[in-house]
Structure formats: structure tokens, C-alpha cells
Write a protein that binds this ligand. Structure first.
Ligand code: PPE
Length: 332
């Protein structure tokens, strides 16, 4: 999906024009994949534009950075305001928000701690991640020949740029085989996750998902779905899932910010259950969409954003933007 530019990207404490949000080719991140990021969605709910689980995403970002002996130069509270402002300033009613933290320009070589830590937050409109029909009809997937990174090679729990070299191989292989996505097994042969999604399966009314020890990213959507399932009285089990269970399952689905909640129709050519999305998948999808479409918010997961579509146009004319909160939290 080609990027659709919007007027502004926030970079190291200030808003810059989209086309000016550049880094030097000798930045550490370019050479060694030293970055950490988040993917967050803002939805045009019936109650207005709202960012879904912003706090949980930013907390995960903070933890990802920590795992690599680095420190986020802005607090979660500051970045919360930045994300809100990025959406508002660009007049985006519905979008994907990408905070990215990276080791910048200054020193080169594997030892990273002398490089500056830089932060940017961008947002753009991002449609269906796994195809337009995926939410309703499901996707065809295959088990990848690439295993998920082991937890003792690099922390799979961190949403780090470098981890996605592994994800890219999984995704390329899947595409070559005509699949929408690939499922990785961990180094012990147990089911791990998709290249950019967590995975769930239903067997005899029980909802199963791999545990953190299976090298998964602790997904915010995963946690959301587990919350809904418990509330619906569906038993939730986090346990090692042998590959065979993928083929025996009654229902199978992916969760992720970009993908949302996507039924899996076939695995390695074997239909999942009846071959059409099952009732528990449907129920959990519906619960998810009730929050992000209807704006139902029993858990305080929505951060509402005052978006005026004319803001973006006004910003272009360099007039004042009507968002509470300051722009420059820190000048560096
Ligand atoms: N596992 C991986 C490896 C992963 O990348 C994601 C999100 C998830 C699980 C689900 O996590 P969560 O979004 O918190 O529910 N993948 C992001 C990046 C996608 C991309 O192509 O870039 C996303 O969905 O935003």
C-alpha cells in the first residue's frame, strides 16, 4: 500500500513537513536496525475520532526501548499528547499512527550507546492490512519455513525494527506461496505468531493462544481479545500450541493493530473448521468493532481527538491549530 502523505510529522520535539522528515544515511538505525516502534490506530467512532489503547502502546514502546539499554527521551504522557496532536494537526479522522524511536547519527559501529536517541511520530491513512475482504471472509495462510526469532537471540517481546527482518522473510515466503500471511513456529516447533499478528485458535469452545515464552510480541489487540473472551465466559488458555492443533482447530484468527481481527480460512490448504469464520471469531470481532466503531468504552481504552478536517488545510496556511497542549516539549 503506497503511503499517502499528510502535511506534518512530529520529529524530535517539533512538527516538520512530511517531506522534510529525513535522517542521515549514516544514522545507526540504517546500518543495524536499531529502532523501536509502535503501530496504533485512530478510529472514526460514532462519538468522534479516538485513538485505541494509546497508553498501552506507548508503555510497550517504553519497555521495548528499555530492553536495549536505551531510554525514551519523552515520557509516555508527553508522547500521548504528541500522538493526539499528530492526528489533529493532520486533520485525520481515521488513521494509523507510527511512533518510531531510533539510534541516530553521530557514531558508527555496533556499539550503540554513543548515538543519540531520536523520536518521530507520523500518521497516515492505512486501509485493510490483509486485503479488503479479509475481515468478513478470512485469509489463506501457511506455516512458514522461517522460525520466529528465539527469545535468547533478541527479545521477541520488544517491538524492535531489527525483529522485522525475520517478519519480512516470513511475509515474502507467504506471498510467494500465494498466502496472505505466514505463521511462524518458535525454535521449539510450537506455534508462535504471524509476521505482524498474534494468533488465536478455538477448539471445543476453548480459546487458545501462544504464551509469551513462544517468542510472541505481547499484542495489545491480543490482550483486548482475551479480555472480551473472559467477559463472554469463554475459557482462555495461554499454552504451547503444537502445529497439529492449527489443522485440528474449529476456528483460527489473527489479531493486530494493522490487521485488526482476521479469520483464517485455510492453513496449508486445509480448511479451518467448516471453512467459514466460526461463531466465537465472529463474536469477538463484533466486540472489537463495538469499541472502535461505536465508541463504546467500558475500559477507558479510547483517547478522543478533536479533529477538524479543516485543521490540516488551516495548518497549511500556518494559522493556529485548535488543539490543547504544547508542541515543543523539549528542544534538543
Ligand atoms: N506480532 C507482531 C510480530 C506484530 O508485528 C504485531 C503488530 C502483533 C503481533 C500484534 O500486536 P498489536 O498490534 O499490539 O495487537 N504489528 C504491527 C505492525 C504491522 C506492520 O506491517 O508494520 C501492527 O499491526 O501495527
Amino acid at each position: 500500500m503506497p503511503l499517502k502523505p499528510v502535511p506534518y510529522i512530529w520529529m524530535n520535539g517539533r512538527f516538520v513537513r512530511w517531506e522534510h522528515a529525513r535522517i542521515h544515511v549514516l544514522s545507526h538505525v540504517v546500518h543495524y536496525g536499531s529502532s523501536w516502534f509502535e503501530g496504533i490506530r485512530a478510529y472514526a467512532t460514532r462519538r468522534g475520532t479516538a485513538i485505541f489503547r494509546l497508553y498501552d502502546h506507548l508503555r510497550r514502546l517504553e519497555r521495548s526501548v528499555r530492553m536495549y539499554h536505551a531510554e525514551l527521551p519523552y515520557s509516555v504522557e508527553e508522547l500521548t499528547r504528541v500522538c493526539v496532536e499528530v492526528v489533529a494537526r493532520n486533520g485525520l479522522r481515521e488513521c494509523y499512527i507510527r511512533p518510531i524511536v531510533y539510534r541516530g547519527y553521530g557514531d558508527l559501529g555496533v556499539y550503540p550507546l554513543n548515538c543519540p536517541i531520536e523520536v518521530a511520530v507520523a500518521a497516515w491513512e492505512w486501509g485493510a492490512y490483509l486485503g479488503a475482504d479479509a475481515v468478513r471472509h478470512g485469509v489463506d495462510v501457511g506455516v512458514s519455513s522461517w522460525q520466529r526469532i528465539a527469545s535468547n537471540t533478541m527479545p521477541a517481546m520488544a517491538k524492535a525494527g531489527g525483529n522485522y527482518m525475520n517478519s519480512q522473510l516470513v511475509r515474502i515466503e507467504a506471498a510467494r506461496h500465494g498466502y496472505a500471511e505466514g505463521i511462524s513456529l518458535d525454535v521449539f516447533g510450537m506455534v508462535s505468531e504471524g509476521s505482524g499478528e498474534n494468533i488465536f485458535l478455538v477448539m471445543d469452545g476453548v480459546l487458545y493462544t501462544p504464551p509469551l515464552s513462544a517468542s510472541i510480541l505481547p499484542g495489545v489487540t491480543r490482550q483486548t481479545i482475551m479480555t472480551f473472551a473472559r467477559e463472554e465466559g469463554i475459557p482462555v488458555v495461554e499454552a504451547d500450541i503444537p502445529r497439529g492443533m492449527l489443522y485440528a482447530a474449529d476456528e483460527l484468527f489473527f489479531t493486530g493493530t494493522a490487521a485488526e481481527v482476521i479469520p483464517i480460512r485455510t492453513v496449508d490448504g486445509i480448511p479451518v473448521g467448516s471453512g467459514t469464520p466460526g461463531p466465537i471469531t465472529r463474536l469477538l470481532q463484533e466486540r472489537f468493532f463495538r469499541v472502535v466503531r461505536e465508541g463504546e468504552d467500558p475500559y477507558g481504552w479510547l483517547t478522543f481527538v478533536p479533529v477538524d478536517a479543516s485543521d490540516a488545510a488551516r495548518s497549511r496556511k500556518k494559522k493556529k491549530v485548535t488543539v490543547e497542549s504544547s508542541t515543543n516539549f523539549r528542544s534538543r
